[in-house]
Every structure is written in C-alpha cells, then in structure tokens.
Unconditional design. Sequence first.
Length: 114
Amino acid sequence: MADCLFCRIVEGQLPADKVYEDEHVLAFRDINPQAPQHVLVIPKRHIASLNEAGDDDVPVLGHLQRVIPEVARRVGVAESGYRVVVNTGRDALQTVFHVHYHVLGGRTLQWPPG
Ligand code: 5GP
Ligand code: ZN
C-alpha cells in the first residue's frame, strides 16, 4: 500500500528506530512515546485493522504475538511488565490503519485507560 505510513517504513522509504525484525514482523519505537518504553509491532503485510484480519492472517498475527516478549526483553521491560494494546477503529482512536500492537512499559501504567 503506497499511501500507508507503516508500509513505507517496512519498505525502507521512511526511517524507523527498529527494535526487532524478521521475515514477517517489524518492531520500532513509537515517534511519540506514551511510556518510557513504547514500541509498535506490526505485520509486514498490510492489514488495515483487526477488523480486516482474515483466516489467512492468523499465522502472521500469531507469530507477531510470540515475538512480543522478545521485543519486551530487548527494551528491558520483560521482567518489570508491559501492556499490549491494539487500538481498533474510531472509539479506540486508531490513527494509523495498518495493524500495530503497542508495547508499553518502563513505568507503572494506569488501569483502566482513559
Ligand atoms: P494508533 O493511535 O493508531 O493506535 O497509534 C498510532 C501510533 O503511531 C501513535 O502512537 C503514533 O505516535 C505513532 N506514529 C505515527 N506516525 C509515526 C511515524 O512516522 N513513526 C513512528 N515511529 N511512529 C509513528
Ligand atoms: Zn500498510
């Protein structure tokens, strides 16, 4: 998707501070962090949101979730704890329509979120 911000990061057309990368998944630091550690984990293949995920996306999204603890380890929050958030649609304030898992940590997080 040429007009998708995160597809452009995957394709190397925009810079990103990468934390993890493999054939199917990329993790990079959020440009506007909401916690001391804030990483976005995305499938390299374009999926607009969880609402658009199909049966053929199950392997990549399963793999992505398996990668999250490694991402947490790399940014030093695996032991202290972290939160994983997938904003989906208007009420959740999704702004980038390429599925991304927020990994937030490095401080005690509030619950419930606003
Ligand atoms: P959403 O609100 O859609 O769940 O989250 C989108 C996230 O992408 C936001 O936390 C925002 O700061 C982040 N973001 C937006 N543009 C860029 C960018 O160009 N680079 C990086 N690294 N993060 C971005
Ligand atoms: Zn995309």
